[in-house]
Write a protein that binds this ligand. Structure first.
Ligand SMILES: Cc1cc2nc3c(=O)[nH]c(=O)nc-3n(C[C@H](O)[C@H](O)[C@H](O)COP(=O)(O)O)c2cc1C
Length: 400
């Protein structure tokens, strides 16, 4: 595995032909990538991609990626809240041309989508780990958050792509430790800092506990995370000298405080249901945060996003862009970097189809008027957006 990581391949847009390389490690990488590319292109739906991920992962590894904390109420609520919103459509609008672009911190994005940080799981899904995900995101011009816990390390991931990434910090030491890692991220070219603030304590991931498969993300001494306060995040921003994103905001009160503390981006998240159990769904929190921020910062959101329609709902309720967590882990497990590229392509197709059918020609036309509360269509399981996949699993392949 380490050998492969020493040879990070460039983005999928510039594929390596296995016949053209000599180094055995590179031949193995290129051969795997060619097979992954063929497999990825065979997926015409996200359901197929998730089914392929399920087949490629052991139960314990699937659970590590897909599970939540304690009773998994937050995890299920994220999905149930999305599944309880209906889209309002208008007709007889000329929708031949659709504008799906947005901006984040002054950069133009072709889609309102970004890759959320996923700690050290990714190396279990593909030997290139976070480097493969970053290459896929950059090839599609989408922002990519890289976790403190990412493997290979933050420098190796930055080196694998030729564009700046966003560094996500877990505090695993004192101010000296934090200063050092922020300096390393700056030197490696990361151009924004994301501090995750919904992880003062490790949660109890009961699937992992029952599987005896506990992997703690971030290394170092996790107790330092419990000590950080608003003054610390301001210091971190000044130390690194880049825009600051605060990840894990879940109330209007904290959104207002974030704005008062010079936070550039307020990121609504409940860690995909992996931290506080019985928390509110991200999509439920989003309107109050957007209202509290009132344009004084940019607003991002993640939590349960598995479909283009989910992304449209989140943009309608105030998110500038929407984070993909578990789904990109599944995409990587299914078919490596090309799997993540394919995931982005399929999400784009779904976004375009939803906008066109809603009579919306630009994301700027979306607003709270675009959605309404409706009868829930599911009980909110982790993969409830993929009913055919779930039905196949019920017929005997294991638990979702
Ligand atoms: C396996 C896994 C590892 C994660 N690691 C991190 C991490 O290192 N840092 C972080 O801020 N969030 C982490 N998250 C949370 C994600 O960034 C994101 O908030 C969440 O996955 C979004 O919900 P979704 O998975 O339903 O899309 C992780 C999530 C998963 C599933």
């Amino acid at each position: 595995m380490d050998v492969a990581l020493n040879h990070p391949l460039k983005p999928d847009s510039n594929p390596v032909d296995p016949k053209q390389v000599q180094d055995p490690a590179q031949v193995a990488d290129a051969t795997r990538l060619a097979a992954q590319r063929e497999l990825a292109q065979s997926f015409s739906t996200l359901q197929e991609l998730v089914a392929a991920a399920r087949r490629s992962l052991s139960q314990a590894t699937w659970d590590m990626l897909s599970g939540g904390s304690d009773s998994e109420a937050t995890l299920r609520r994220n999905r149930m809240a999305l599944d309880s919103l209906a889209l309002r459509q208008r007709v007889l609008v000329d929708v031949r041309n659709l504008d799906t672009t947005t901006t984040l911190l002054g950069k133009s994005l072709p889609l309102p989508v970004f890759i959320a940080p996923i700690g050290n799981f990714l190396q279990y899904a593909d030997p290139r780990g976070a480097a493969a995900v970053a290459c896929a995101a950059v090839s599609k011009q989408l922002p990519c958050f890289i976790s403190t816990a990412a493997r290979p390390g933050i420098e190796a991931v930055a080196k694998a792509v030729d564009q700046p990434l966003i560094f996500q910090l877990y505090v695993r030491g004192d101010r000296q430790w934090v200063g050092d890692i922020l300096d390393r991220a700056k030197a490696a070219g990361y151009d924004a800092l994301c501090v995750t603030v919904d992880r003062a304590y490790y949660s109890r991931r009961e699937r992992d506990m029952i599987n005896r498969h506990l992997v703690r993300e971030g290394g170092g001494d996790a107790s330092h995370q419990a000590s950080i306060t608003w003054d610390d995040v301001l210091w971190m921003k000044q130390r690194m000298g880049v825009p600051l994103i605060l990840k894990g905001i879940a109330t209007a009160e904290d959104a207002r405080l974030a704005v008062e503390h010079a936070v550039d981006v307020v990121y609504v998240s409940n860690h995909g249901g992996r931290q506080l159990d019985h928390a509110q769904a991200s999509i439920e929190v989003l309107p109050e945060v957007a209202e509290a921020v009132d344009g004084r910062a940019e607003v991002l959101m993640d939590g349960g996003i598995l479909r283009g329609t989910d992304i449209v709902k989140a943009v309608a309720l105030g998110a500038r862009a929407v984070g993909i967590g578990k789904l990109h882990g599944w995409a990587l497990a299914a078919a490596g970097e090309p799997g993540v590229v394919r995931m982005i392509e399929l999400l784009e197709l779904e976004i375009r189809s939803a906008l066109g059918l809603m009579g919306v020609t630009s994301l700027r036309e979306l607003g709270p008027h675009s959605v309404r509360a409706a009868t829930p269509v599911s009980t909110g399981s982790v993969t409830s957006a993929y009913p055919m996949y779930e039905a196949a699993l019920r017929d005997g392949e294991g638990r979702p």
